[in-house]
Write a protein that binds this ligand. Sequence first.
Ligand SMILES: Cc1cc2nc3c(=O)[nH]c(=O)nc-3n(C[C@H](O)[C@H](O)[C@H](O)COP(=O)(O)OP(=O)(O)OC[C@H]3O[C@@H](n4cnc5c(N)ncnc54)[C@H](O)[C@@H]3O)c2cc1C
Length: 425
Amino acid sequence: MKRDILIIGGGPVGLSCAYYLLRSGRKVTIVDSNEIGKGSGSGNAGHIVPSHIIPLAAPGVVTSALKWMLDPSHSPFGMKVSLSPSYLAWLWQFVSACSQGSVERGIKPLYELGQLSADNFARIIAEEKFDCAYQQKGLLFLYKTEKAFHDGQHEGEFMLKHGIPVSVYDKAKVHEIEPAALDEVIGGVHFTGDAHLDPAAFLRLLRERVRAMGAELVENASVTGFSSADGKVRVVRTRAGEFEAEQVILAAGAWSPFVVRDLKINIPIQPARGYSLTMSATMAMPRHALILGERRVAVTPMGARLRFTGRLEIGNYSMEPNPVWIRRIENSAREYLQLDETLDVKETWAGLRPVTPSGVPMIGFAPNYKNLILATGHAMLGLSLAPGTGQLVAELANGQTPHITTQTIHGVQSNSTTVHPSLRG
Ligand SMILES: Cc1cc2nc3c(=O)[nH]c(=O)nc-3n(C[C@H](O)[C@H](O)[C@H](O)COP(=O)(O)OP(=O)(O)OC[C@H]3O[C@@H](n4cnc5c(N)ncnc54)[C@H](O)[C@@H]3O)c2cc1C
């Protein structure tokens, strides 16, 4: 039986594509190598951050990364040492993209996709009545040092100029709105348009919703290869059998380059591993989703649970949580927040962010394949940008002009051409 749409990968992006395609009347099958709704989305920080409009590759990032690596016990950043040509090529492209021009090109698509996604989150959660600890209270950065607070304010001013709502708080105000902060915290920058939720609950509910809308969900069905002819993907081979489909969507996150190796498409993505630990509510629960400025640790209250996330390690595909870093993330949180002496940790977790050299996702038709749409490379924003991506992919698949036009979202095309400059050649 030939399917209508086959989606490879059931993470936040694949599930969101399924949701919008089903709403537009299409029939959908999702294949995933593991469990749908788990992947790298379930244990993440759950921050929905339309304020994050500066791509990962920005001027100063390489210098900061080198400085952090000189302080390995606290560094939020790490990287694999490898001479693999694809890894070295990616690093070179990333370093080249750390320029003002690249940032300026990235801001508009990230802004527009972020706004569309934030609106879509609010609409999905209200219409579908999802109970997933969704809170529209913004994202609060906490600072302990004058230097970091000053840099945070500077970044806030930059965001404000680009239409992002920002409030800056002195010590008294930050303690008034976030009583869980320790006295060492001297100020805060609040991105008031952001939100947060429990990502595992959201993905579980979305998975059940798309199933109820008629999606066929096939788990333990790792894609192993393709047959193609006349510029179209004809057959997708998986460990659970072969599938034919009118259109195929690639939403396999950090694994995307391997999945389409057969099709000779160059997808410059590296994994950036991070960790989380999730515990029962503490005595002094934070009221907001937080970023602990100097340590780059994220904090998320999720109903009766609290999660800390951190670390960005380029190049490593292992999904094992590293106990040393889990402990260091907890220790970082203790520098800013009143925490119980012993935390009742329920889960430790590792996940992979799919990072393109520019930090801008790839959304659009694949080069040379008329029926293959790429929806990958969302880096640290794969949850945040998923509902917007799902809507764009449905519009592309249905031959409509994407809601965000080719002029505004980097590389999205309404026809069958390239998505992202680095996909050429
Ligand atoms: C510590 C940490 C914190 C984060 N915090 C946030 C946050 O607060 N907000 C935010 O927006 N983002 C956050 N992220 C990033 C976000 O989790 C990712 O960007 C997101 O998961 C990417 O979504 P995806 O659907 O593209 O890929 P994934 O979630 O990785 O899903 C890809 C799916 O493809 C499947 N797959 C892989 N290979 C195959 C194959 N061969 N065949 C079939 N299926 C396959 C996988 O099993 C998986 O289910 C965080 C990430 C980490 C690690």
